[in-house]
Design a protein around this ligand. Structure first.
Ligand SMILES: Cc1cc2nc3c(=O)[nH]c(=O)nc-3n(C[C@H](O)[C@H](O)[C@H](O)COP(=O)(O)OP(=O)(O)OC[C@H]3O[C@@H](n4cnc5c(N)ncnc54)[C@H](O)[C@@H]3O)c2cc1C
Length: 369
C-alpha cells in the first residue's frame, strides 16, 4: 500500500493549488483525479486580478486575457458601459489554466475515489484501482464531492445552474466584459472574449434556470454545456481531525457572482499552512483551517450573500437606480485594486438616496434569514 503525508481527491484549481503549496514545503502529496490529464471544465474562466497575489509564486505567469471595460445590459432596454484605468479582471481558458496548475505535481489520473476509513494514526483511502494510507485526506472534488458527503463537512445546500458555450468568432472588443441582466430571473449572463472565441453563458438559482437564455445575447450554433455550482450559504465546518475540504467541495463559491476559482485557491493556500504546521508538530488537527476561513473569507461572503438577496430579486425595480455611471465606476475602482470588497459596496448601497434601492434594502432586512 502506497503511503503519503497528504492525499488530495480532485485535480481542479483547489486540489492542484494545494498540491503546489505543499510541494513547495516538500510535503509528500498525491492527487487522485478521476478525469484525464486534459480537462475541459465548463467555466467562463473569469479571475479577479488579486489571484496573482495568492497563487504560488512559480504559477503567477499564467496565460490570460485582460478586461478593462465593462458593458452592462438590462433586457436590451437599458445599458451602460465604463472603462477602468487598468485591468479589473483576467480571463483564462480553463483547459489551459488547469493544465498549467497541474505541472510538476504528482497526479494519478483516471482513478476514482470511492471511500475512506479512519484508523488510529492514519486514513485508509480506497479508489477504484488501489488502496492508500495517508496522514491527511483532503476533498477537492468539486460540486459533487464524495469526501464532503462521507465526512459530513461542507454539506451542499444552495445551487445555481449555469450554462456556457464557446463561440468561435473574433470579438469586437477583446477587452470588454459584457454582463446581461434580467434575462434569467435570479441570475445573470455574460460574454467574455478570449483569443479567437467568445465564452458566453448564463446562470440562475436552481428552480429559475432556463436553458438556452445564452442564445438571447450570443447567437451561434456552439454546443451549450450545463453544470451546477454549489454556492456558499453560511458558515459550515470544513475541517475535522485529519480530514478537510477545499474549494467547491466546501461550497466556497462567491454567493453573488458564483465565481469559485479565487476562493478555491485561497482556501488551499490557508489549508496548506495548517497542514504544514500539523506535520511539523506531529499533530492531527486541521480545525484551525475553519478559523482562517472565517478570518479571510466569510466576512466578505456574508456581505455578498446579503447583496445577492437584494440585487437579483429586485432588479426590475432597481436596475435604473443601480446602473449609474458613478456606481459602475466605483465598482471598477474596487475591482482593479484587487478583489471587489463587498463590505464597501454594501455600505455604499446602505447609504443610498435612491428610493427603489432603499425599498429593496428594507425588504431584505425584514426577510433575510
Ligand atoms: C458555467 C460555469 C461558469 C463558471 N465561471 C466561473 C468564472 O468565470 N470564474 C470563477 O471563478 N468560477 C467560475 N465557475 C466556478 C468554477 O468553475 C468552480 O467553482 C471551480 O472550478 C471550483 O474548483 P475546484 O477545484 O474546487 O473544483 P473542480 O474544478 O470542480 O475540480 C474538482 C475535480 O475533482 C475531480 N473529482 C470529482 N470527484 C472525484 C472522485 N470521486 N475521484 C477523483 N476525482 C474526482 C473532478 O474530475 C475535478 O477534476 C463557473 C462554473 C460554471 C459551471
Amino acid at each position: 500500500m502506497e503511503e503519503y503525508d497528504v492525499l488530495i481527491i480532485g485535480g481542479g484549481p483547489s486540489g492542484t493549488a494545494l498540491a503546489q503549496y505543499l510541494k513547495n514545503e516538500e510535503i509528500d502529496t498525491l492527487i487522485i483525479e478521476k478525469g484525464m490529464p486534459f480537462r475541459d471544465k465548463v467555466c467562463a474562466g473569469g479571475l479577479p486580478v488579486v489571484i496573482e497575489k495568492i497563487l504560488p509564486s512559480n504559477l503567477r505567469n499564467f496565460e490570460r486575457n485582460v478586461y478593462e471595460k465593462i458593458s452592462i445590459d438590462y433586457r436590451s432596454a437599458y445599458s451602460i458601459s465604463a472603462k477602468a484605468e487598468k485591468p479589473f479582471l483576467y480571463g483564462v481558458m480553463r483547459p489551459k489554466f488547469d493544465q498549467f496548475l497541474r505541472e510538476g505535481i504528482n497526479v494519478h489520473y483516471s482513478e476514482k475515489f470511492i471511500n475512506y476509513e479512519e484508523e488510529n494514526n492514519s486514513i485508509i483511502v480506497h479508489t477504484d484501482k488501489a488502496k492508500y494510507s495517508c496522514k491527511f485526506l483532503i476533498g477537492a472534488d468539486g460540486v459533487g464531492s464524495l469526501v464532503s458527503l462521507q465526512s459530513g463537512l461542507g454539506k451542499k445546500k444552495r445551487f445555481i445552474v449555469a450554462e456556457e458555450k464557446e463561440v468561435t468568432e473574433k470579438a469586437k472588443d477583446k477587452n470588454t466584459l459584457n454582463v446581461f441582466l434580467g434575462y434569467n430571473f435570479l441570475g445573470y449572463g455574460w460574454t467574455l472574449p478570449k483569443d479567437g472565441f467568445v465564452s458566453s453563458g448564463s446562470g440562475a438559482l436552481k428552480g429559475h434556470f432556463q436553458k438556452g437564455i445564452v442564445n438571447k445575447f450570443n447567437r451561434g450554433s456552439a454546443l451549450i454545456k450545463v453544470f451546477p455550482i454549489s454556492l456558499w450559504d453560511g458558515v459550515e465546518t470544513l475541517a475535522k481531525g485529519r480530514v478537510a475540504v477545499v474549494g467547491e467541495a466546501g461550497n466556497l463559491v462567491d454567493p453573488f457572482t458564483a465565481a469559485g476559482i479565487y476562493p478555491a485557491i485561497l482556501s488551499s493556500m490557508l489549508l496548506s499552512e495548517v497542514i504544514d504546521k500539523n506535520l511539523k508538530l506531529n499533530s492531527a488537527d486541521l480545525t484551525h483551517y475553519n478559523e482562517l476561513l472565517e478570518d479571510k473569507l466569510y466576512g466578505e461572503f456574508r456581505y455578498a450573500h446579503t447583496l445577492s438577496s437584494m440585487f437579483f430579486p429586485f432588479l426590475s425595480l432597481t436596475n435604473r437606480a443601480i446602473l449609474q455611471t458613478r456606481f459602475i465606476n466605483y465598482l471598477l475602482e474596487l475591482a482593479q485594486s484587487g478583489y471587489l470588497s463587498y463590505e464597501k459596496i454594501f455600505n455604499r448601497v446602505e447609504n443610498t438616496k435612491r428610493i427603489p434601492v432603499k425599498i429593496a434594502f428594507a425588504l431584505v432586512k425584514i426577510f433575510i434569514r
